[in-house]
Design a binder for this molecule. Structure first.
Ligand code: GLN
Length: 496
């Protein structure tokens, strides 16, 4: 496998099946140019050839995907379907339930868990004619920034296999960059879609909190979690998001309206004001190459008609600390259901009920998950609740107010996605704090609930992709696609 240069043009040339986007696949299936079965077979063959090296998938549903493809082909032949994702193969992060297959969360705790229902997002994909190809690797329970916390396997970055793909949705980002699927789903609690998208050189989007139902997503930090799309171009990401968004009686935090996304983004930004927060560009630890590429990206936004202005988000420096109190508090509560009784691994021959709970959890969870549960229980404990958890909630409110003030002035905010490009395996595993800091630019969007996108804007000297992050006010998700299209509307290209 020979890794290609990022942005190596794909426009105008005859594309191979694995290079096609979701919109193109659907068009070709509708036009009768391809059978769904042919597309699925070609992608399965590519996965079989390369995924031993990349490790994007935890489970590949070869049989299920083929059967589904044939079912869709039969419906097409009878003129019974023309769904928005007709024949489009999708990979799903393995913390999102797909009925009857494994959903492991990359944890020993759930290594044989088969959910009895599919997540709402999966139901919506299927209703529009998508084919679920398989489930992708992640940091255990989505806790991490490199996918190295997976208890099951390692995932390599398709643009440089010596580097991590980012995380926690590293498997989904890698699957899209490698050309295993045109689109994939991830979840983002503090950056887990945007950061791996940036490291792997694909588009990744975290919608406004509530835009997408969390029904069937294994909860990490419920007030922060959102499911969103990965794709190799902006239109595909918008299409998938539109399909999965909308209200849900099973999730009381889901918004009542479906997102209205325009579907076509010509890349003109006249009249749009984009804020560059001083605090995001002066950060210690921001690589100069990343900064340069991001600023070059904003320059292209300006050339497309946007006005760039300097803004301030003074409280942003508290975001990482605030996040690690709130996210761990919520995680400690959410993960209490994995006790060997309600859900999950149960130890052999317990001596009594306490032994059963504690040994099941000791054996089932990895080190990072245990660290989060302990931190979370600490900040929620009677003696420290006011000093930590309650205070963090107040700071969270203030951070959201900072954004509201900014969005009174500007339409979008631009920043780096992460301080560096993809790092080498093992580089940060010994230092959890260094790992936590790779989310410094993404976390505040989850605290405020606002939408954010990561879109490739360049590469560093080693050819590793750099992502540009754009943030918008609540439910202005469409603006993110509109502006990103300037940077990635012709498709970014597969890694090899
Ligand atoms: N990297 C962050 C964490 O470890 C964010 C994870 C996520 O968004 N799921 O918590």
């Amino acid at each position: 496998m020979k890794v290609k240069r990022l942005f190596q043009g794909v426009k105008g040339k005859k594309l191979k099946v694995y290079e096609l986007g979701a919109v193109e696949i659907r068009e070709k299936v509708v036009a009768g140019e391809f059978k769904v079965r042919e597309i699925v077979d070609q992608l399965l063959a590519r996965i079989a050839e390369y995924d031993t090296e990349i490790g994007a998938f935890v489970t590949v549903d070869t049989e299920g995907a083929r059967l589904r493809a044939e079912e869709l082909d039969a419906m097409v032949a009878k003129g019974e379907t023309a769904g928005k994702l007709l024949g489009v193969p999708v990979a799903v992060k393995d913390n999102i339930c797909v009925q009857d297959g494994l959903t492991t969360c990359a944890s020993k705790m759930l290594d044989n868990f088969k959910p009895p229902y599919s997540a709402r997002v999966v139901q919506r994909l299927l209703a529009e004619g998508a084919v679920i190809i398989g489930k992708t690797n992640l940091d255990e329970f989505a806790m991490g920034s490199s996918t190295e916390n997976s208890a099951l396997k390692q995932t390599r970055n398709p643009r440089n296999t010596g580097c991590v793909p980012g995380g926690s949705s590293g498997g989904s980002a890698a699957a899209v960059a490698a050309g295993f699927v045109p689109v994939a789903l991830g979840s983002d609690t503090g950056g887990s879609i945007r950061q791996p998208a940036s490291y792997c050189g694909v588009v990744g989007m975290k919608p406004t909190y509530g835009a997408v139902s969390r029904y069937g997503l294994v909860a990490f930090g419920s007030s922060l979690d959102q499911i969103g799309p990965f794709a190799r171009n902006v239109e595909d990401a918008a299409l998938v998001l539109e399909v999965i968004s909308g209200s849900d009686a099973q999730d009381s935090t889901a918004a009542t309206e479906k997102l209205k996304l325009s579907g076509s983004y010509p890349g003109e930004l006249q009249g749009m004001k984009i804020g560059l927060p001083t605090e995001y560009f002066d950060t210690e630890g921001l690589s100069s190459q990343v900064k340069e590429a991001v600023l070059a990206g904003t320059e292209r936004l300006r050339e497309a008609g946007a006005e760039l202005v300097e803004i301030h988000l003074p409280l942003i420096k508290y975001a990482v600390g605030t996040y690690y109190i709130i996210a761990t508090a919520e995680a400690s509560s959410n993960l209490s259901r994995f006790d060997g009784v309600h859900y999950g691994h149960r130890c052999e021959q317990p001596t009594d009920i306490i032994d059963m709970y504690s040994r099941s959890r000791e054996e089932g969870f990895g080190a990072e998950v245990k660290r989060r549960i302990m931190l979370g229980n600490y900040v929620l404990s009677a003696g420290y609740y006011d000093a930590y958890y309650l205070r963090a909630l107040k700071v969270r409110r203030k951070i959201a107010d900072d954004f509201s003030r900014a969005f009174a002035e500007v339409d979008l905010i631009a920043s780096p996605v992460a301080p560096t490009t993809a790092f080498k395996f093992g580089e940060k595993t010994a230092d959890p704090l260094a790992m936590y800091l790779s989310d410094i630019y993404t976390i505040s969007a989850n605290l405020a609930g606002i939408p954010g996108i990561s879109v490739p804007c360049g590469a560093d000297a080693e050819g590793l992709p750099v992502g540009l992050q754009l943030l918008a006010d609540n439910f202005k998700d469409d603006l993110l696609f509109k502006a990103s299209a300037v940077l990635a509307n012709v498709g970014i290209g597969v890694a090899f």
